[in-house]
Design a protein around this ligand. Structure first.
Ligand SMILES: [Zn+2]
Length: 228
């Protein structure tokens, strides 16, 4: 157990974050994104859906625009100003040729050095199943990546068996907390009994915690899926 994680590469300029739903970037990688954009790297987000099925008791046509606005604000807080929503149906995302083409086109268009995406495995841990949207979307990203003639240098996901990590400074952890807390409406319905700021703090603390396999006070870990 516990081989040391490798430091995440630094010699790149552009990254594209590909996810299924609003809040996916904030659960996992926003602290790293905040640090990267502060260092002058350019990062954009593309989301398959608008998360319109994600606010209980709120109709999709109401929830979708709220979640898009919250996502744009979350992104802005960590220095990301390019956010795209592709309009695939939340909770019914499937690994179709259309989705794979959309992903491949986005990668070709943006020509990032790094692509970051969701974990696509069936379980996070025994008894902790992954969401089907995430699994389908992640599989589509891997296949789209493999189909490209000119591949980005790295494809990473934020899965449970990481290979690499970013040592993030405390100020970027704080930014990540603000970024997650920008999903105000979503989080306030998700857990009405706990203030949004407190939920965000707990989640980000967990996701950026110090680890045995990497020397840093705060770390964001990634699994390398492909290296071109
Ligand atoms: Zn999600």
């Amino acid at each position: 157990m516990s081989d040391q994680l490798v430091a995440f590469p630094e010699d790149w300029h552009r990254a594209l974050v590909l996810v299924a739903h609003p809040d996916d970037p904030e659960y996992g990688l926003a602290a790293a994104v905040a640090q990267w954009t502060a260092a002058g790297k350019r990062i954009s987000y593309a989301l398959a859906s608008s998360g319109e099925a994600g606010i209980e008791g709120l109709a999709p046509d109401k929830a979708g625009p709220i979640r898009e606005a919250e996502q744009r604000e979350s992104a802005r807080i960590v220095g990301v100003h390019e956010v795209e929503f592709w309009g695939y149906p939340d909770s019914r995302i499937r690994n179709t040729p259309k989705l794979r083409n959309e992903i491949a086109d986005a990668i070709r268009w943006q020509a990032p050095d790094v692509v970051l995406t969701l974990y696509g495995g069936a379980e996070w841990a025994p008894g902790m199943p992954n969401q089907r949207d995430h699994m389908e979307f992640a599989a589509a990203v891997e296949q789209a990546y493999d189909s490209l003639d000119r591949k980005p240098r790295w494809l990473f996901c934020n899965g449970p068996e990481p290979t690499h990590a970013v040592a993030v400074k405390n100020r970027y952890v704080k930014q990540a907390v603000k970024s997650l807390a920008a999903h105000r409406e979503y989080l306030s319905v998700l857990d009405p009994n706990k203030p949004v700021a407190e939920q965000a703090q707990e989640q980000v603390d967990r996701m950026t915690a110090a680890r045995d396999d990497f020397d840093a006070d705060h770390a964001v870990a990634f699994e390398l899926l492909r290296r071109a």
